[in-house]
Design a protein around this ligand. Structure first.
Ligand code: CMC
Length: 444
């Protein structure tokens, strides 16, 4: 599956002949796509609803037109607003990329300075949010805490419900980008049983986040520059990935015109699932299961004979059928981080595993290459983040993409409340015959 299509209008048509009636229909093809609503004209009789498209999991259905992120999975291309991901990761910072995703153009110096200033001065959360966090059990999953606290922000900013007011959207964008690291850090400290650290607004975005994570009694925390840059680059790489599960959740929930905090909380809930945000955790567990480089051939043989039951985690992708462009960047980043943190046992196994898999016919013929998650977990582990915290880091970054996609959906005149059709497979009408003895119920 190639992923998104770059827009081209061919003016071509699809000719469809309905064998039930012998009638022929013409359906326009635009951007290599037909509108499934055009199939509704194909009916057996006037009362018929018309032909629907059936596409569980949206395997071949575009739900929107989007100008934000372009992916070509066969060629290993990922671009935000036209800019290649490697150039952004190499030269930009996360806040610049967040601005780009939303506004479609790189900020001017004045716009960037104002944006950084706004984000920096909205990092604090209401003290009641802190007390709300304190209510979680000591072993609460940080994604649960993040999801609930972002949903709770909605109750602190009731005017954010005015979603067609541009000022309200601006301030919600600032608040969410600014407060996600604070909430994420509070969740981290809560699980560790450590006092929450307030934001230090003299620090840049990634450094401030690391300060809220790691600061103890020192008056000022200075993150290692390699770690701060690694976090910023990982935030850039995870900032958007077109219509994935959580983005689709944000768009669908947002299409009911709920406020953006509630829509983003829906995205966090979707990301929490192990099939979406949890793969980097699975990579680390797999490396620990392998345990030693000498066990790799046996593990690979197991994967190959397992007929898909046992998988090489961090390999393969629904869209990328060549090297995930993000994985190349993360691998280089991992080298930098490990130069500071020290080569890890897990990294030795990962490198050898990758070498063997990339020269093995099983993986080559199925176009299974390392994806972004193969190395991210190693970086997070080297920086001492607990495994169940990895998805939280992903969520901070993806908030930029979620909000950009949410706003694009809101301003798209073609969009309505998301409401799929179904093919009903249940009973035909049947009479109700009581099977319970409802003593309290007066029946006639
Ligand atoms: N290890 C071994 N075999 C695999 C793997 C793997 N990681 N991935 C796919 N295959 C095999 C699969 O068994 C099947 O073989 P066959 O044709 O003989 O039945 C073939 O490759 C095609 O697999 P598929 O399940 O049809 O492919 P998919 O596009 O539905 O799955 C995937 C994509 C990412 C779910 C899958 O590759 C996988 O489970 N990978 C491991 C988990 C992982 O790393 N996930 C992170 C994805 S990146 C996160 C992000 O972008 O947000």
């Amino acid at each position: 599956m190639p992923g998104t299509k770059e827009v081209s209008s061919t003016g071509d048509h699809l000719e469809i002949k309905d064998s039930r009636t012998g009638k022929s229909y013409t359906v326009q093809i635009t951007d290599d796509t037909i509108r499934t609503a055009d199939l509704k004209q194909i009916k057996v009789n006037a009362d018929d609803f018309g032909i629907m498209g059936y596409d569980p999991a949206f395997m071949n259905t575009a739900s929107c037109r989007s100008a934000i992120t372009f992916i070509d999975g066969d060629k290993g291309i990922l671009r935000y607003r036209g800019y290649p991901i490697d150039q952004l990761a190499g030269k930009a910072d996360f806040l610049e990329v967040a601005w780009l995703l939303r506004h479609g153009e790189l900020p001017t110096q004045a716009e960037y300075d104002q944006w950084v200033q706004d984000v920096t001065y909205h990092t604090y959360v209401h003290e009641n949010i802190k007390h709300f966090m304190e209510g979680f059990r000591y072993d609460a999953h940080p994604m649960s805490m993040l999801c609930a606290s972002v949903a709770a922000l909605s109750s602190f900013y009731p005017t954010s419900k005015d979603i067609f007011d541009e000022h309200e959207r601006d301030i919600a964008f600032v608040r969410l980008i600014a407060k996600l690291p604070t909430l994420a850090a509070f969740a981290y400290r809560h699980v560790k049983g450590m006092p929450y650290v307030y934001p230090d607004n003299s620090l840049p975005y990634a450094e401030n986040f690391l300060s809220m994570i790691a600061r103890m009694s020192e008056p000022k925390y200075e993150a290692h520059p390699v770690y701060a840059r690694a976090i910023d680059i990982l935030f850039i790489l995870h900032a958007d990935h077109e219509q994935n599960c959580s983005t689709n959740a944000v768009r669908a929930v947002g299409s009911s015109h709920v406020d953006p905090y509630s829509a983003v909380a829906a995205g966090i809930a979707a990301l929490y699932g192990p099939l979406h945000g949890g793969a980097n955790e699975a990579v680390l567990r797999m490396l620990q299961e392998i345990g030693h480089v000498k066990n790799i051939p046996a593990f690979i043989a197991d994967v190959k004979s397992g007929k898909g039951e046992k998988r090489l985690m961090g390999f393969g992708h629904r869209v990328y059928k060549s090297y995930d462009p993000r994985a190349k960047i993360v691998k280089a980043l991992c080298d930098d981080v490990l130069k500071v943190a020290g080569m890890s046992h897990d990294m030795e196994i990962a490198l050898e595993l990758e070498r063997i898999a990339l020269s093995d016919e099983y993986f080559i013929s199925r176009k299974l290459y390392p994806n972004v998650d193969f190395y991210t977990g190693l970086i997070y582990r080297a920086m001492h983040f607990p495994t169940d915290y990895f998805t939280v880091l992903f969520a901070i970054a993806r908030t930029a993409g979620w909000l950009s996609q949410w706003e694009e959906m809101l301003l798209d005149k073609e969009q309505k409340i998301a409401r799929p059709r179904q093919i009903y497979t249940g009973h035909a009408e049947r009479p109700y015959k009581p099977t319970l003895d409802y003593k309290h119920k007066i029946t006639k």
